[in-house]
Design a protein around this ligand. Structure first.
Ligand code: FES
Ligand code: FES
Length: 909
């Protein structure tokens, strides 16, 4: 275990002080090193650590509001938020940061525990969590779960759902008490490569604060950027006055749309989104002007001083307004109803007319933020060519699709010679399918001809990113007298916000998976995408199916109740069977959903059994189910990967497979090790640099295991075959046998082509992940508050590659799903931080259980698919169904806030 580092002399830190501020000389120790510095009262410990000492393990997620805990360090044996701690108050103090605990080569036991417990996904929250855990364990080596939750109550995590973090602190306690050791835990994992929870390759770097996220990267001479953004949802830009900002200290220059040399369009599907707005802003947050200065504070001060003359225009707030007769167009050249797609299978009208029972309801979901903890940072600079050729523009950022995003940037800023490098990334959940801060950073590096760092605040990051689309769904669902579904009629209107992004794809995904887990012989659906002046929608964990499944799965419970059939039995009775077709008409070959229902039966009955026979008080308990069938491998999708054996006999895996926390690094190394029957330490990864990788598509849609993993298996099998031919697994042997050292692998989805534009019939996703989820809740009928007691998920995604990573995805999805169901909503102009967003906390966390069924998929990667989005799909309907079970009301307008639950209860009185 690494302890404090000894010191022999005092280091003197030179700090830039504010003119006129009162100064103070202080001494303190940081990670055992004595330091002396002169400070004014403004210097925050977080800035001193990160900017002066380069100790970037402490992170910043919230805007220094004490809301995230990512900046937690230990001062005088207590966990403190370094963003709220003034250095001037620390004379004589002893400060420990995550770097002072241990290194990847010699980690602290708590760092080991976090790595071995699967408590680290993106790792952005991890240093703060570890420091809060250390402060607890220093005084209590055997804390209860409640004590752990209390000690870590100020630390947020978006990825894990908190369960694994609690487990990590418990394991750290066991290590510290001497009950077991990291070596013993590792030994239990064994040698097998697949089906084993080997620690993720980046885990220890993240635990030790050594993984560089974008804001941790400094470039000598870099300018800091700040952006002027529109406060109006719709306005014309009549003029921009820079005069008050021009002579402010540190200001280097300004940039507007006319300074962007390319198309100034960040085109995903349509060229409708500018890097910087030219003459019109279309939502609150649209970028209008950029300022570059020597420091971030100077840039922000200058941005404040810039005056924009706006002519406000009527803003279209809802799809209904956008679709009204004579409505103004959000984009002059594209109608407000910018895309529509029907889906027709059989004759739903006739089938509904002759059904024994039909339910009819309207479901609405909210605009939501995906809420990765890391702000949307980007660094960009021109790298001089040694031979005097054109310099290369290097963009370092948060992309999950570096090749495609580089292509978008090349056109937008008009510069071909470019390289995109993916930094370590603090979560994504769909938000990073789009280019955000990179557009401005890339254009600014070219314009100012100096390196730039664009590190937006959390509030600005919320404004500049795409959101989860709100869906408005009118549903009719019918069944015959035997309780078999007859028809589904669903009319869907999607608020696309100001820009297209992948809105059409989101609608397509909802329709591909519209019939969910069930055999519905007749389907009639119409989905339309509508521009408004709201924040723009894009990918968000699940992207389409969570919204449509919310309506379908609640409708299933409504219909089951109307027919007097148990909800679990109703789902089993209507499960699709191999040979039957989905709403797209695509016939399925495998459908292991009934087996999942069987697996869940005991938990479901147990949950029901825990509901008291009489619930007289205000607290009512209920259970609810939600199912999901999530498609993986859409028609035409493909990936390419490569493996190469190097002179040191290590094998490098090449391919642009982003890992913003899901565990793709583990997936790749474990699959390759499994195929080649070699130890994990023979493999290394080259996945984050466009110059060194092939494009493999976005790390989104839960597609990486199925596609990139499949391509890697192909490449690894070829290399294995060559080694067998050479008679040895070494570089020299291959060379001697005159065999190539590099092999390319491919995977392609067999079907291709879009849905028929008139009928929505056509090829569908090649494989499915299945889930059935059980929510157990308590509803306080006095306050309307809903408490999730437990979520149980039964999931079949095929053979498991890394159980801890997979369960981590399931748990994180359940936690996000619960936030979606009950609290979270993004309101433009109002949602500005983690408190107004209602970020899930240790306090709102709940018990979770994951049951894994492993049916090998016919076309899977060694039988496996992917699972990253699965539990986001059925969680909200399971909770809403449980609320209904508890107190008899339907809340069909997400989120089910206490006010909405109370209002629904009041209507029943
Ligand atoms: S940055 Fe300190 S609590 Fe968020
Ligand atoms: S691991 Fe906690 S925020 Fe990602």
């Amino acid at each position: 275990m690494a302890g404090s580092v000894g010191y022999k002399y005092v280091k003197i830190d030179i700090i830039k002080l504010q003119m006129g501020a009162e100064m103070k000389t202080i001494r303190l120790k940081v990670n055992g090193n004595s330091r002396q510095l002169v400070v004014d009262d403004n210097l925050l410990l977080l800035d001193y650590l990160r900017k002066t000492l380069g100790l970037t393990g402490a992170k910043q997620s919230c805007d220094r509001k004490g809301q995230c805990g990512a900046c937690t360090v230990i001062v005088n044996k207590r966990a403190v938020l370094s963003c709220l701690t003034k250095v001037a108050s620390l004379d004589g103090a002893e400060v420990i940061t995550v770097e002072g605990l241990g290194t990847p080569e010699n980690p602290h036991l708590i760092q080991e525990a976090f790595v071995l417990s699967g408590a680290i996904q993106c790792g952005f929250c991890t240093p703060g969590m570890i420091m809060a855990a250390k402060a607890l364990l220093d005084v209590n080596q055997n804390p209860t779960v409640d004590e752990i939750k209390h000690a870590l109550r100020r630390n947020l995590c978006r990825c894990t759902g908190y369960a694994k973090i609690v487990s990590a602190v418990e394991l750290a306690g066991r290590f510290l008490r001497g009950e077991t050791t990291p070596a013993a835990v590792r030994a239990e994992l064994g040698e097998a490569q697949m089906g084993v929870s080997h620690p993720r390759p980046s885990g220890m770097l993240k635990a030790c604060g050594q993984a560089n996220f974008t804001a941790d990267i400094t470039v000598p001479g870099a300018l800091e950027l700040a952006v002027v953004r529109s406060p109006h949802a719709h306005a014309r830009i009549k003029g921009i006055d820079f005069s008050a900002a021009e002579n402010l200290p540190g200001v280097v220059g300004f940039m507007t749309a006319k300074d962007v040399k390319g198309t100034n369009r960040l085109r995903m599907i349509l060229p409708d989104r500018p890097v910087i707005c030219e003459d019109r802003v279309r939502y609150i947050g649209d970028p209008v002007a950029v300022v570059a200065a020597e420091t971030q504070d100077q840039a922000l001060a200058a941005a404040e001083a810039i005056r924009v003359d706006y002519e406000t225009l009527p803003a279209i707030s809802t799809p209904a307004e956008a679709m009204a007769e004579g409505a103004a167009q959000v984009h002059d050249d594209i109608p407000n109803i910018c895309y529509s797609q029907p889906q027709i299978k059989g004759d739903a009208d006739q089938a509904l007319a002759s059904s024994a029972e039909v339910i009819e309801a309207r479901f609405r979901t909210q605009l939501n933020h995906q809420a990765p903890m890391e702000p949307e940072a980007c660094v960009a600079y021109l790298e001089e060519d040694e031979e005097g050729e054109e310099p290369q523009l290097v963009v370092i950022g948060r992309s999950i699709n570096i090749h495609a995003h580089m292509g978008m940037l090349q056109k937008a800023v008009g510069y071909e010679n470019m390289r995109y490098e993916e930094a370590y990334v603090g979560g994504q959940f769909g938000i990073k399918i789009e280019v955000t801060s990179e557009g401005i950073a890339a254009a600014a590096a070219l314009h100012f001809k100096r390196p730039v760092r664009y590190i937006p605040s959390l509030a600005e990051s919320m404004d500049l990113t795409p959101k989860r689309h709100p869906f408005d769904m009118k549903v009719k669902l019918g069944a015959d007298a035997d309780g078999h579904l007859t028809a589904l009629d669903m009319d869907i209107t999607v608020d696309n916000g100001a820009y297209m992004s992948i809105g059409m794809v989101v609608i397509g995904r909802a329709l591909y998976m519209l019939s969910g887990s069930y055999n519905i012989p007749n389907v009639k659906a119409m989905a339309r995408l509508v521009y408004t002046n709201s924040p723009w929608g894009s990918a968000a964990r699940g992207a389409g199916p969570p919204q449509a499944h919310f309506a379908l799965e609640c409708a299933m419970d409504m219909l089951a109740e109307k027919m007097g059939i148990d909800p679990l039995e109703f789902r089993v009775r209507n499960s699709l069977q191999p040979g039957q077709s989905k709403s797209t008409g695509a016939v399925v070959e495998q459908w292991p959903f009934p087996e999942l229902c069987e697996t869940m039966k005991a938990r479901y009955e147990q949950g029901r059994g825990q509901i008291p026979a009489s619930q007289d008080g205000p607290i009512k308990r209920g259970v609810g189910l939600g199912a999901g069938a999530f498609g993986i491998g859409n028609p035409g999708d493909a990936a390419i990967m490569a493996v190469e054996i190097d002179p040191d006999d290590k094998i490098t895996i090449y391919g642009a497979v982003a890992d913003p926390g899901e565990g793709n690094d583990s997936m790749l190394t474990q699959l390759a090790a499994q195929v080649m029957n070699l130890p994990l330490d023979r493999f290394r990864l080259e996945t984050r640099n466009t110059d060194k990788t092939t494009a493999t598509g976005p790390a989104a849609g839960s597609r990486m295991t199925y596609l990139a993993g499949g391509a890697l298996v192909d490449a690894a099998e070829k290399l294995k075959q060559a080694m067998s031919q050479a008679g040895a697994s070494s570089y020299e042997a291959l060379k001697k046998a005159d065999l190539p050292t590099r092999y390319i692998g491919n995977k392609k989805v067999q079907a291709s082509g879009p849905l028929d534009p008139k009928t929505g019939q056509g090829p569908s996703f090649e494989s499915q992940v299945h889930a059935l989820q059980l929510a157990e809740v308590e509803v306080n009928t006095d306050t309307g508050e809903v408490r999730v007691l437990k979520m149980t998920t039964a999931v079949d995604s095929g053979p498991v590659i890394n159980p801890l990573n997979l369960v981590g995805q399931l748990e994180g999805g359940m936690d996000q799903g619960a936030g979606y169901a009950l609290r979270e909503e993004f309101i433009a102009g109002q949602t500005k931080d983690w408190v107004t967003f209602q970020f899930p906390t240790m306090r709102t966390s709940f018990d979770m259980e994951s049951i894994l069924q492993e049916t090998p998929r016919m076309y899977g990667t060694l039988g496996a698919t992917g699972v990253g989005e699965m539990t986001m799909v059925p969680t909200a309907p399971a909770i809403i169904n449980a609320i209904h079970d508890a107190c008899g009301v339907w809340v069909l307008d997400l989120p089910a806030t206490p006010a909405k639950v109370k209002a629904a209860l009041a209507e029943t009185k």
